[in-house]
Design a protein around this ligand. Sequence first.
Ligand code: SF4
Ligand code: SF4
Length: 182
Amino acid sequence: MNPQTFAANQVRSTPMSADLISIVNQCYQCGKCSAGCPVAPDMDLLPHQLVRLAVLGDVDRIIESKSIWLCLTCHTCGARCPNGIDVPGLLDPIRHSVLRDKRTMTDPKVAIFHKTFMDTVKYFGRVYELFLVGLYKFRTKTFTEDMELGLNMFRKGKLHLLPQKTGNLSEVKQVFKKSGIR
Ligand code: SF4
Ligand code: SF4
């Protein structure tokens, strides 16, 4: 896909995207985003490489990577970038288009996790870890994987038995409704 097609597709996906395209074109590959990214060690393409691919219009390689699903949307990259380039702002429209178009992914479990995470936020207004783990295990049929990690998280109080609801659940649901995410 050439840059013009990429730009056109992005503009269709989100009204912010025309600005986004001009912003990613300012990337000079300094790598500060990748140096601060907390999940960079697990990524197959680093944040600055994702930005470079976007500039080149190679969206297919971004879609084929695991990285687009591993990004936590923590915005550390955007805070560190001298040009204010926000990697999740670039990835979100692509992630949504992959889910919307039901495209085949290299590792379906990564996308299942992403979908389960979003479903949890939609139901509770925020992440409810125990529900997230249970639903993910059910959807992937990986009931015995990561048992020790789960027990450690439980012991450290990271998995609450009951959900902590947000006071603005109806507003969260409105956001999902308007975004068209199912
Ligand atoms: S920090 Fe910004 S300018 Fe540097 S490589 Fe990352 S996106 Fe490009
Ligand atoms: S928002 Fe995503 S790409 Fe940027 S630092 Fe956080 S995890 Fe890494």
